[in-house]
Ligand binder design. Structure first.
Ligand SMILES: [Zn+2]
Length: 343
């Protein structure tokens, strides 16, 4: 199956009432882990690369690995998505390379740190929508500002400083024509999201439900949604690591989100923890080993296990064969027939 547009995946997810995990990658083993999990659970899947991942891998390597994934797993609808594009130019370079979906994060200025104005965000996002839709590429926007910093991107803070306003979210979608909308409800990037199991004071699921009621037709995106399970933290600490106690977003809260319009769920930290725990275990138990495959294979297997579990929990499992792909060029025709901004 060729790489497909994210819009099609999310429209199908909305019809089926499930969510789709979007997993970050930097290298071959991570892509293989996701594709194996997708095959095992029969899941459509979104694979995403941040700016940091693109520069780490020289993104051409990543792109060709994605083409290999599409070729080797023809039964899996697969999206290649840019995570947190910081400018119109960054999104353009991803589209030119062959990404089938981009995020324009205009909630921050192009430095990726400073919260922007609503007007700036609308203007930058609208430009990306016009450029992307002309090629059939999907656009995710963001309104409100997430907490934390990852890969040098983020405003820091707890994520409660700029929680998304439902009226502003509706106006933003109307003015930009985005296909999917990331919202800020108290989640943060990275491993240290919450200092205790989150309740309504720090994780604003009530706000998410309010936003969904206001714009029920819009595909919502939850960022910073690793669950940071204790068993994955424990493996790292058991084998010489030193993670401080931390809490992520509980899976049952994500499932509540999915019942209220969330269609894309971003997960990175859980996979990083799984990989690192598996590698530490090999290093500690068999310090005589030095073939990278001796630790990369268990690392890949550990990530696959986490991804497969999330695919089942998010409900995307079993849906890979529900539909045949609409090509990017057909998507472009659909957009031009509808006009930008019409959903
Ligand atoms: Zn994010």
């Amino acid at each position: 199956m060729p790489l497909v547009s994210m819009r099609q995946l999310l429209d199908e997810a909305a019809k089926g009432g499930y969510g789709v995990g979007a997993f970050n990658v930097n290298n071959m083993e991570q892509i293989q882990a996701i594709m194996e999990a997708a095959r095992e659970t029969k899941s459509p899947v979104i694979i995403q690369a941040s700016r940091g991942a693109r520069s780490y891998s020289q993104d051409k390597f990543l792109y060709h690995l994605m083409l290999a994934a599409a070729e080797l797993y023809p039964e899996i609808p697969l999206v290649m998505h840019l995570d947190h594009g910081n400018s119109v130019e960054t999104c353009k370079s991803a589209i030119d390379l062959g990404f089938t979906s981009v995020m324009m994060d205009g909630s921050l200025m192009p430095d990726g740190k400073t919260p922007s104005s609503f007007e700036y965000n609308v203007d930058a996002t609208r430009q990306v929508v016009e450029m992307a839709h002309a090629k059939g590429v999907t656009v995710e926007g963001e309104i409100g500002v997430l907490g934390g910093i990852e890969d040098g991107h983020g405003a820091g803070g707890t994520g409660l400083e700029h929680v998304t306003d439902p009226d502003q979210a509706a106006e933003f979608v109307e003015k930009t024509g985005v296909d999917a909308l990331a919202i800020a409800i108290g989640t943060s990037h990275g491993a240290y999201k919450f200092s205790r199991k989150p309740d309504g004071a720090v994780l604003k699921m009530d706000r998410l439900i309010e936003i969904h009621k206001k714009i029920p037709h819009v595909h919502l995106v939850m960022h910073g949604s690793s669950s940071v399970p204790k068993d994955l933290q424990d493996i790292i600490n058991q084998y010489g690591g030193s993670l401080k106690p931390t809490w992520g977003v509980p899976v049952e809260e994500i499932q509540l989100g999915i019942r209220n319009g969330v269609r894309k769920i971003n997960v990175d930290t859980d996979n990083r923890l799984a990989i690192t725990g598996a590698i530490r275990k090999v290093f500690t138990e068999t310090p005589e080993k030095f073939d990278p495959r001796d630790y990369l294979k268990p690392a890949r297997e550990a990530m696959k296990k986490v991804v497969a579990e999330r695919m089942k929990q998010f409900g995307q499992a079993g849906h890979a064969g529900d539909y045949s792909p609409i090509s990017i060029s057909e998507m472009a025709k659909k957009y031009s027939a509808q006009g930008v901004g019409v959903r």
